[in-house]
Design a binder for this molecule. Structure first.
Ligand code: GLC
Length: 732
């Protein structure tokens, strides 16, 4: 080799080998540590030692591993062995909007900002793992945890989850994408066995996890409570070994949900790497040394000592746990994170601003001029109700939480803002000793209503803030909603008020769709989500127009529950077992026809469609141009969009694909691209979205592969799934 070349090679190779050594360094370190660990130490790091931590190996300089909830803020400290609060005074946090709100932004950059912001709070609190995001698909509007997830579409969920994961992990904190997988209801969540065909599994319920792993680079995944193929998903041969770690090459740690591990043999062989929250063998889950009784603790140790099993599986689990530690608490970065900073408040407000959805706005009822000197009557329990606390594991101790009412008062300094409850739902919340409230109103329902009617008579503006809340059987983990309609008699009250006031503004606070039987009588409706610490400020931003709403629905609002795909008990909640402690059998017989895929295939008109969201301005779409009409590796679809109104605003341009000739029944169209563009009045920009053969494909169970069949496909681009503005045909 020529001497110059040799010299250059001698210089580059070590650099080249060192430049990609981040991963190599970690692997080398894993080998070093593993080779020095005793059997007891290996067993020690693969199961919990407290409610939210697992053991390190001090002898080798390996710290304990600390995890904490949750997806939209860092949970306050609990006691060592119990769920109850440690009543510390230094663990309040910034409360970010719930993940349905983040999904409603359709903004990948905001998702990354969200992750980096909440991840900084987790790092500051010395957490190596943040137990979120949740990405389970909304299969039924009644699921109690819809508010923690990202809606009904796998493409949108994955596109928002991946940047959120990258953001969290940029702090040296692992995201823990949950709940893997098929955890689409809370009812009997520990013993529902989901029967679903492969095509539906791969097309609907896996993609968000797949994207979080492949594009987000998730360092951990949380197994789910339910069963699939008769095996619990925290130790499942197919979903973990074959798909997650096999097909996707996931190299992180599979962490069980709390109490999701049920037997040692399956736990050894079916992929769980870290066992948390187990109440083993009937032992009281808060008893001391219960941790030795975990399925992956003494029972596993004894199987190895007796020669019944080898150490290969144990070493693989330890590798993954050590890798998780070296990527987080042992990453050597002196990044301290930050907590409750003004920057984080601004992040929370920006996400809330971007996620609020203007569902209806007739007669220009909105926005309301902030200089208004009139009388603004604010109605409804949710105007004053704290929402950071509640909902179970994602409940938070907010350092502050600006209510809708307080935000409105601050935004209209010259107006007379009057509040009337109008109805009383659940004025207190139990079980969260770290933060509770009592907003009990002594008046009777009749009095509450008559006071509200009296107040609105001479009002200039009337804003009713209702919807759901974080109480059990509402938007809350552990149970599903029992009704699709609004609770506490709100419908009748809204109907009465809408008869009196043709300019009524309704703000729905929920993480799921609800019925709105009075919709024809209410000219202005906003979907408000759980907006976190900056709730009132963000809503006021939109009400005054200082922020032009740009959110789009991440799920459909069907008119009535009967329009949903769920038609049989087997579909939901499942067929009850003979033995009450047995397994409920559930069949996802609707297949891929979930959400808009169902309503469009059955020509059922929704109340509000997937992707729907209005603006205070208007946008015009130009003609689609394609990089090619023939699909080879990819096609870039370019769409010019112009702001034809007088107000700056952001538009979410959505791209759907329709397979016009296929050998299998496919949805009318499916979301396969989107871009959010901010435009000044009169401004035009071109939104570019790229699609690949995978975006044209369906999953073929027989060949166990993605298949894109030759022929015509239609590209449909628009402002909502029911508002297509332009279309083109491409060929494969
Ligand atoms: C809960 C939830 C999970 C949470 C965990 C720890 O049961 O299912 O989302 O992260 O336990 O609180």
């Amino acid at each position: 080799m020529h001497s110059i070349t040799a010299l250059v090679a001698s210089l580059i190779l070590p650099i080249a080998s060192s430049c990609c050594s981040k991963q190599d360094k970690i692997e080398k370190r894993v080998d070093e540590l593993l080779s020095q660990m005793t059997l007891e130490e290996k067993i020690g790091i693969i199961h919990a030692q407290s409610k939210f931590s697992s053991r390190g190996v001090p002898r080798l300089g390996i710290p304990d591993l600390w995890t904490d909830d949750g997806p939209h803020g860092v949970r306050p400290e609990t006691l060592w062995d119990a769920w109850s609060s440690a009543l510390q005074s230094n663990d309040s946090c910034t409360v970010y909007p719930s993940l349905t709100c983040l999904a409603a932004t359709w903004d990948r950059d905001l998702a990354e900002l969200y992750g980096s912001s909440v991840g900084a709070e987790a790092r500051y609190r010395k957490k190596a793992v943040l137990l979120g995001p949740g990405v389970n698909i909304m299969r039924t509007p009644l699921c109690g945890r819809n508010f923690e997830y990202m809606g009904e579409d796998p493409y949108l969920s994955g596109e928002i989850a991946a940047p959120y994961v990258r953001g969290v992990q940029s702090n040296g904190v692992a995201a823990c994408v949950k709940h893997y997988c098929l955890n689409n209801q809370e009812f009997k969540r520990h013993n529902v066995n989901v029967n679903v065909d492969d095509r539906t599994l791969y097309e609907i319920y896996l993609p968000a996890f797949e994207k979080a792993v492949k594009e987000g680079g998730a360092w951990s995944i949380m197994g789910s409570y339910n069963l699939y193929n008769e095996q619990h998903c925290c130790h499942n041969e197919i979903t973990i070994n074959k798909i997650l770690k096999g097909e996707w090459g996931f190299d992180g740690a599979l962490i069980s949900d709390w109490g999701g591990v049920h037997n040692t043999d399956e736990a050894i062989h079916n992929g769980v790497d870290l066992e948390f929250g187990t109440g083993t063998n009937g032992v009281d889950i808060n008893t001391k040394n219960n941790y030795d009784k975990y399925y992956l603790a003494l029972p596993y140790y004894n199987k190895i000592k007796s020669g019944e099993v080898g150490e290969d599986e144990l070493n693989e689990k330890c590798r993954r746990v050590l890798r998780l530690m070296l990527r987080t608490s042992m990453d050597g970065k002196y990044y301290f994170g930050s907590m409750n900073s003004p920057e984080h408040s601004a992040d929370a407000r920006k996400i809330a601003d971007g996620g609020i959805v203007l569902l209806k706005n007739e007669g220009g009822v909105l926005p309301i001029c902030s200089e208004s000197t009139g009388k603004i009557v604010v109605l409804g329990e949710n105007a004053i109700k704290p929402m950071a606390v509640g909902g179970s594991s994602s409940s938070l101790k907010a350092r502050y939480e600006i209510s809708f009412l307080d935000g409105i008062k601050a935004a209209f300094p010259n107006a007379e803002v009057v509040y009337e409850r109008a109805y009383q739902g659940e004025p207190t919340i139990e079980g969260y000793n770290y933060s509770h409230y009592d907003i009990t109103d002594p008046r009777t329902p009749e009095q509450l209503l008559s006071d509200a009617i009296e107040a609105v008579k001479d009002a200039d503006h009337v804003i009713f803030i209702g919807g759901l809340n974080k109480a059990v059987k509402m938007d809350c983990e552990g149970a599903d909603r029992l009704q699709y309609g609004l609770p506490y008699g709100q419908d009748e009250i809204i109907d009465t008020l809408a008869t009196l006031r043709k300019d009524l503004i309704f703000i729905n606070v929920s993480g799921s769709p609800v019925a709105m039987p009075w919709i024809g009588k209410v000219p202005a409706v906003l979907q408000a989500w759980y907006l976190g610490s900056e709730t009132g400020n963000a809503m006021a931003d939109v009400l005054t127009g200082s922020v032009n709403p740009s959110g789009k629905l991440p799920f459909t609002f069907p008119v009535r529950y009967e329009d949903c795909p769920i038609k049989t008990e087997a579909q939901y909640p499942g067929i009850a077992p003979e033995n009450p402690k047995g397994i409920w059998e559930e069949v996802y017989s609707e297949g891929v026809f979930v959400g808009y895929r169902w309503y469009e295939a059955n020509e059922i008109k929704p109340l509000f469609a997937f992707g729907h969201g209005l603006s205070y301005t208007s946008f015009e779409y130009g003609k689609i141009s394609l990089s090619s009409k023939k699909m080879h590796k990819s096609i870039t679809v370019s769409v010019p969009v112009t702001n034809t109104g007088k107000t700056a605003g952001a538009e979410v341009v959505q791209l759907y694909v329709s397979d016009r000739e296929s050998s299998v029944v496919r949805p009318v169209k499916e979301l396969k691209g989107f871009g959010k563009v901010y435009l000044e009045p009169g401004e035009k920009k071109v939104v570019k979205m790229t699609i690949t053969p995978r975006d044209l494909s369906f999953f073929d169970s027989a060949s166990h592969s993605w298949v894109a069949e030759k022929g015509e496909f239609e590209i449909l681009v628009g402002a909502a799934s029911d508002d297509i503005r332009c279309r083109e045909v491409i060929y494969l």
